[in-house]
Every structure is written in structure tokens, then in C-alpha cells.
Design a binder for this molecule. Structure first.
Ligand SMILES: Nc1ncnc2c1ncn2[C@@H]1O[C@H](COP(=O)(O)OP(=O)(O)OP(=O)(O)O)[C@@H](O)[C@H]1O
Ligand SMILES: [Mg+2]
Length: 296
């Protein structure tokens, strides 16, 4: 059998697509067809393995990447198919929390604070506490996010962070969180944390998602932080049908808590993980071709 979808893939890419169930890691450099392989795998699952599109989840890091993914899938399937979910981790969490706001301990009409709202709130605290000379809002938001990415609460901040101004940051973080709660607000990091807690503490909610979603594909896995990894693990721990692709030489989000050890965790948490390497770089071939034609 050589279905259409496999025709435009090299041997290694084909192997990683037809290995359709169980945990898999695909490692490769830039331009080696990682995203192409993920899209092909989704098509392969639907067309060749009769998997319900509604049970498939694709996680990406930007909305732009998500739209590209959707467009590529629609083009190949004639726009007839709607996957369970394609988008960013954050939008996924918003979806979950809008349904299960109550067990998540949120207000029905919780408000999402973006980066600017977050800075405004921190500015208020700086004013109230007269911290003008100390640090900027960006300084505090950096550490708050760093702590949240590791699920460290304000109360436990000092156990993990030992730098000069740590006590000050812990205090601002504490008041920031109090103000957020009072305003029925959640920031971007909270969206992830609240969803992870929800799934950890409510077996029936977790059960609901385990039944709903059975195939998981994660692009740019090198950029997942600890909380995102926990979420992925929780969602996929029953079906174990999870494919992650990553390029660990280009972790552009490392400043935001992206964690290379997630790869090691994945292999430990998902026993029997198969690893695939995509070795051919199509972009450099294209560049070389372009370069050589310029030279000739
Ligand atoms: N087997 C193939 N045959 C021809 N072209 C390919 C093949 N695999 C990938 N390409 C092309 O190589 C380019 C890069 O592919 P893709 O975006 O899937 O790679 P990527 O590894 O996800 O890149 P990035 O690291 O930027 O995310 C695209 O133009 C794609 O169409
Ligand atoms: Mg890609």
C-alpha cells in the first residue's frame, strides 16, 4: 500500500507517519519536514486508519502556525473535516476552562489578562508599595512567569529562588495574584496552571477528555515548558497515542521556561517511545539550489 499522502515523503518521513499509534518522538533540524510529517500523519490517521477527526488534537505554539496547519489539512482533505482541536496550548486551556470553570475554581465570566494588563496590574502594586526606584514591571513579570511556568506559588517562591531581590519579588507576586483573583482575572500562565490542576484533581473531567481525545500531535516540542508538558502528559497518558516533533538546537522560547529535559521526561513517562530522525534538510537544498543558480 502506498497511499497518496505518502508519495511526497522521504523514507524516514514515511516511517514516522505510518507508525501511527503509541508514543513517538521525531527529532530533526530546521526545514527537514517536521510540520509536513505531522500534517501527513493526521491525514494518514483519518484516511487510512479511519480514526475520527474529532479525536485528534494538534498543539502548536503560535496562532499563525495553527492556521497554517488547518489550511494544509483542509487543502488535502477538501475542507470537509474538523479536527478535535488545532491551536495553541493557551487557546486549548481557554476552551477547557470556559466549560469547566466551576471545578477549576474560577468565576463563570473570568477575565483573561494579556501581557499589557499584567504590566498595568504590576504597576499598580509598584505604586502602592512605592517601589519606583527598585525595579520595572517587566522585571517582576519575568520572575512571576518563570515561577508560574514551574507551578511555584508566591508562598513557595523563596524556597526555589535565592537571588538578591527574591523576597521583594515574592511579595509583589503575592499581591499580584491576590489582585488578579479579586478582579476575576487569569493571566496567560494561569490558563495553563488552572487547567493542569483541574485535570489533576478531577478524575471525571480527566476521564471526559481521555474519552474525547485519543491522538495527540505536538509541533515544536522543544519549546514546551514544564506546565505545558504536564498538560500534554495528563491528556495523553491513557491513550498513549502521542507524537511530538522537535528541534532541540533551536529553542527560541528558552527564556520563558522551555525545558530541554522535557524530552527525557517524555521518554521516561511514555514507555516504549519510538524515536525517528529526519536527516534531510529541504530548506538548505532549496537555498543551495538558489545559490548555485545565482553563481552560474
Ligand atoms: N519529502 C519532501 N519533499 C519535498 N519537499 C519537502 C519534503 N519534506 C519537506 N519539504 C519542504 O521543506 C520545507 C520545510 O518543511 P516543513 O515546514 O515541514 O519543515 P520543518 O522541519 O517543520 O521546518 P521548521 O523547522 O521551520 O519548523 C517545506 O517547503 C516543505 O514543503
Ligand atoms: Mg515546522
Amino acid at each position: 500500500m502506498n497511499p497518496d499522502i505518502l508519495r511526497h515523503l522521504n523514507t524516514k518521513q514515511k516511517e514516522s507517519v505510518t507508525n501511527y499509534s503509541g508514543p513517538a518522538v521525531i527529532l530533526a533540524g530546521a526545514g527537514s519536514g517536521k510540520t509536513r510529517v505531522l500534517v501527513a500523519k493526521v491525514i494518514y490517521l483519518i484516511k487510512e486508519k479511519d480514526i475520527s477527526p474529532a479525536s485528534i488534537v494538534m498543539m502548536t505554539f503560535t496562532n499563525k502556525a495553527a492556521s497554517e496547519m488547518k489550511e494544509r489539512i483542509n487543502r488535502q482533505l477538501g475542507g470537509m473535516v474538523k479536527l478535535g482541536y488545532v491551536g495553541t496550548y493557551h487557546s486549548f486551556c481557554v476552551r477547557v476552562l470556559r466549560v469547566f470553570w466551576e471545578p477549576a475554581g474560577l468565576d463563570k465570566n473570568f477575565i483573561i489578562y494579556d501581557d499589557d494588563d499584567q504590566k498595568t496590574l504590576i504597576k499598580q502594586i509598584i505604586q502602592e508599595k512605592k517601589l519606583f526606584e527598585k525595579k520595572t514591571p517587566g522585571y517582576f513579570s519575568y520572575y512571576i512567569s518563570l515561577a508560574k511556568n514551574q507551578m511555584i506559588t508566591p508562598e513557595r517562591f523563596l524556597e526555589s529562588f535565592k537571588f538578591h531581590q527574591a523576597a521583594l519579588v515574592a511579595d509583589v507576586y503575592y499581591h499580584y495574584q491576590k489582585k488578579l483573583e479579586k478582579n476575576k482575572g487569569v493571566d496567560f500562565d494561569d490558563l495553563l496552571i488552572k487547567t493542569v490542576y483541574l485535570l489533576q484533581k478531577n478524575d471525571d473531567v480527566l476521564d471526559y477528555y481521555h474519552n474525547k481525545y485519543r491522538y495527540f500531535l505536538v509541533d515544536e516540542f522543544q519549546d514546551t515548558n514544564y506546565v505545558q508538558y504536564l498538560l500534554t502528559k495528563l491528556l495523553a497518558e491513557r491513550s498513549k497515542n502521542i507524537t511530538v516533533v522537535g528541534d532541540f538546537s533551536q529553542s527560541i522560547y528558552s527564556w520563558r521556561g522551555a525545558d530541554i529535559t522535557n524530552l527525557k521526561k517524555f521518554e521516561t513517562d511514555f514507555k516504549g517511545t519510538k524515536t525517528f530522525y529526519l536527516e534531510e534538510n529541504y530548506r538548505s537544498t532549496q537555498n543551495r539550489t538558489r545559490g548555485s543558480s545565482l553563481c552560474s
